[in-house]
Design a protein around this ligand. Structure first.
Ligand code: ADP
Ligand code: TRP
Length: 316
């Protein structure tokens, strides 16, 4: 029996951090044996925020290297970039003609941008439609997402249903795969760790960075346990061991931070070294991306052929 299809998009938006890794990246990699995996880099989506060519180029390459460094096996899973598959935006256009403006106005990301009085590009408004195309074009079964992306998968399902109703059964309805243990990892300031808040500990941080960042974790705490330090520490050591450590060193924040630094270095340094090795051969990385794109495109082309037939533009 053929494997179910799993697809996930990882935005090229800056250095990956430990929140991204433990909540998302690590789990994607764990699924590559069980599913036929499509891991792609939504570089056209990134245009809603990154409008500097050099930065975007670097970010795309960085995401690809990050995934290879944490164990993505290009023999098992496809790794490619969205812009290599022009069928994605083509399908998005077709979907845009099916759904309404009031429907898309309910999307969280759009509402959020409006609430913050940001200037909303048409691209940002249409973001969920391109994402629906990303997903539906491969007959995806499951899409692993964090809570923030769940609505987008629901929009993809709605769009698939509407298309199927109008043109006949064509698209599979994808299921969101809500990842386990996606507890929010706090940043060094105690807010959610996020690239947009500048409070991250990068996944491939250098030792000196680890020291500096851990030492700057905000530690106000009433009960003797520095909450943010503990929440981050439990990613690197089983809680059964941590409870003892934090009890023995109650109130000794400097020593607890030193212990976290040691555990973090032990975990990060082999990953960082592996990343450096991969990054030293850019052309090998580009080849993986390019080959991945060519393979994914075979699926996308075949699906678009069916779609063009269904909507009535295929004459030969
Ligand atoms: P960021 O907020 O840093 O830009 P993204 O939005 O690119 O992160 O998120 C990529 C993935 O990592 C998503 O699945 C998201 O749910 C997860 N993620 C991001 N930050 C955290 C965090 N602090 N704790 C847990 N998961 C996170
Ligand atoms: N919107 C996703 C994010 O912000 C990225 C993304 C684009 C995606 N297309 C996708 C995720 C398709 C899953 C499936 O993280």
């Amino acid at each position: 029996m053929s494997k179910k299809i799993l697809l996930s998009g990882v935005k090229p938006s800056g250095r990956a951090h430990i929140g991204n890794y433990f909540a998302a990246m690590r789990q994607f990699i764990a699924l590559q044996n069980e599913y036929q995996c499509f891991f792609f880099i939504p570089d056209y989506h990134a245009l809603t925020t990154v409008q500097n060519a050099e930065e975007l180029r670097q970010n795309i390459l960085d995401v690809a290297i990050d995934y290879l460094a944490i164990g993505l096996d290009s023999q098992k899973a496809l790794l490619y970039k969205q812009s290599d598959i022009p069928e994605h935006p083509e399908l998005a256009w077709i979907f845009e003609c099916l759904i309404t403006v009031p429907y898309l106005e309910r999307a969280h990301a759009y509402k959020d941008a409006v609430a913050k009085k940001k200037e909303v590009s048409v691209g940002l408004f249409n973001y969920p439609v391109l994402m629906a195309a990303d997903i539906l074009i491969y007959d995806t079964d499951v899409v692993p997402v964090g809570a923030d992306q769940k609505q987008h998968v629901e929009i993809a399902r709605d769009i698939a249903e509407k298309f199927n109703r109008i043109y006949g059964e064509t698209f599979k309805l994808p299921e969101p795969y809500i990842m386990k243990n996606v507890a929010v990892v706090p940043g060094i300031d105690g807010q959610k760790m996020s690239k947009s808040y500048g409070n991250t500990i990068p996944l491939f941080a250098e030792d000196s960075e680890i020291e500096k960042l851990v030492m700057s974790i905000v530690t106000d705490s009433s009960g003797g346990v520095p909450k943010n330090v503990y929440e981050i520490h439990k990613l690197f050591r089983p809680e059964s061991e941590l409870v003892k450590l934090y009890k023995n060193k109650e109130g000794k924040y400097k020593e607890l931070k030193d212990a976290l630094i040691a555990d973090m270095k032990e975990f990060i340094s082999p990953l960082r070294e592996k990343r450096k090795t991969i990054a030293s051969d850019t052309s090998a990385v580009l080849k993986i991306l390019k080959d991945g794109g060519e393979q994914a495109r075979v699926f996308a082309r075949a699906k678009m052929d069916i779609v063009r037939e269904k909507i009535g533009v295929k004459l030969y």
